[in-house]
Design a binder for this molecule. Structure first.
Ligand code: PEP
Length: 253
C-alpha cells in the first residue's frame, strides 16, 4: 500500500482547553509513529489552540457551512476553519445528517465549498441497522455517495471517504471484516466509475464505528481499508494511539 494509513479522531462535542494536554500527548506519540498519518478534529473552539500546539498531527473541523459566508448566525464557514488552522473537514457525519437534517445535496455543496477553500474533505457515509437487515446496505451507501460526492478534478488526495455504519457508532458493535471488505470494495468501484481509474484508486476509504485498539487490526486488514475514523477512543492519547500502532503493524505487513 503506497499511502500511509490515516487515523483520524473525531472529538465530537467533547473537549475544553483542559483537553489540550491530551492533544499534545497524541502529537508527541505521533512523532514516534511517522508511518501513520494521525489527525484529530476537535470542536471549533479548540481548532486554533490545537493547531498551535501540534507539530506532527493534522487538525481538522467536524463540519462547515455550505455557503462561503454571509448572514448565517452561529455558523462557521470553510474559510474560517482554514483560517483557524484546520487542514481538513469531516462532512456528512450521520450525527449531522440526523441532528441537523443534512441532505446529500447539502453535504455535496459543503464538500465543494470546503475543497475550494483549500480544506481536505473526509466525507462520511453509512447505513442504518434497518437498511442493513433488509440486505440493502451496499445500494444505500453507494446511492448516498453518488449524491454527496464533490467534484475533485485532479485532486484525489484532497478527498477521503469514511464508511461508518450508523448502528456501529458509539455502540460497541462493529461491522464484521467481511462486511467492511464488501462495502469498501463497492465504494472503490464507485470512485473509479465516477473519477476514473487513477483518481478513483487514490481516494482513501476509512472505516469508522466503535474502532478500538483491540479490534483495529482485523478491521484495518479488510480490503480497501485505508485507516479509521475514531470517535470515543480518540479522546485519550493511550486509546487513540493504540489504534494508530495497530494500523502501522497491519500496513507494514
Ligand atoms: C464517529 O462518530 O465517527 C465514530 C466512529 O464514533 P465511535 O468510534 O465512538 O463509534
Amino acid at each position: 500500500m503506497a499511502q500511509r494509513p490515516f487515523i483520524v479522531g473525531n472529538w465530537k462535542m467533547h473537549g475544553t482547553r483542559a483537553m489540550l494536554s491530551e492533544a499534545r500527548a497524541i502529537d508527541r506519540a505521533a512523532q514516534r509513529l511517522m508511518k501513520v498519518e494521525v489527525a484529530i478534529a476537535p470542536p471549533f473552539t479548540l481548532i486554533h489552540a490545537v493547531h498551535r500546539e501540534a507539530e506532527q498531527i493534522g487538525v481538522g473541523a467536524q463540519d462547515c457551512h455550505h455557503a462561503e459566508g454571509g448572514a448565517h448566525t452561529g455558523d462557521i464557514s470553510a474559510a474560517m476553519c482554514a483560517d483557524a488552522g484546520a487542514k481538513f473537514v469531516i462532512l456528512g457525519h450521520s450525527e449531522r445528517r440526523g441532528d441537523h437534517g443534512e441532505s446529500d445535496a447539502c453535504v455535496k455543496q459543503k464538500a465543494d465549498v470546503a475543497l475550494a477553500a483549500g480544506l481536505r474533505v473526509i466525507l462520511c457515509c453509512g447505513e442504518s441497522l434497518d437498511v442493513r437487515e433488509k440486505g440493502k446496505a451496499v445500494k444505500f451507501v453507494t446511492d448516498q455517495l453518488r449524491a454527496s460526492l464533490p467534484h475533485i478534478e485532479d485532486a484525489a488526495e484532497q478527498l477521503t471517504i469514511a464508511y461508518e455504519p450508523i448502528w456501529a457508532i458509539g455502540t460497541g458493535k462493529t461491522a464484521t471484516p467481511q462486511d467492511v471488505s464488501d462495502m469498501h470494495v463497492a465504494i472503490r468501484a464507485l470512485l473509479v466509475e465516477l473519477y476514473g481509474e487513477e483518481q478513483g484508486s487514490e481516494v482513501r476509504i476509512l472505516y469508522g464505528g466503535s474502532v478500538k485498539a483491540e479490534n483495529a487490526r482485523e478491521l484495518m486488514d479488510a480490503d480497501e481499508v485505508g485507516g479509521a475514523l475514531v470517535g470515543g477512543a480518540s479522546l485519550t492519547a493511550d486509546s487513540f494511539m493504540g489504534i494508530a500502532i495497530a494500523a502501522a503493524e497491519v500496513f507494514e505487513g
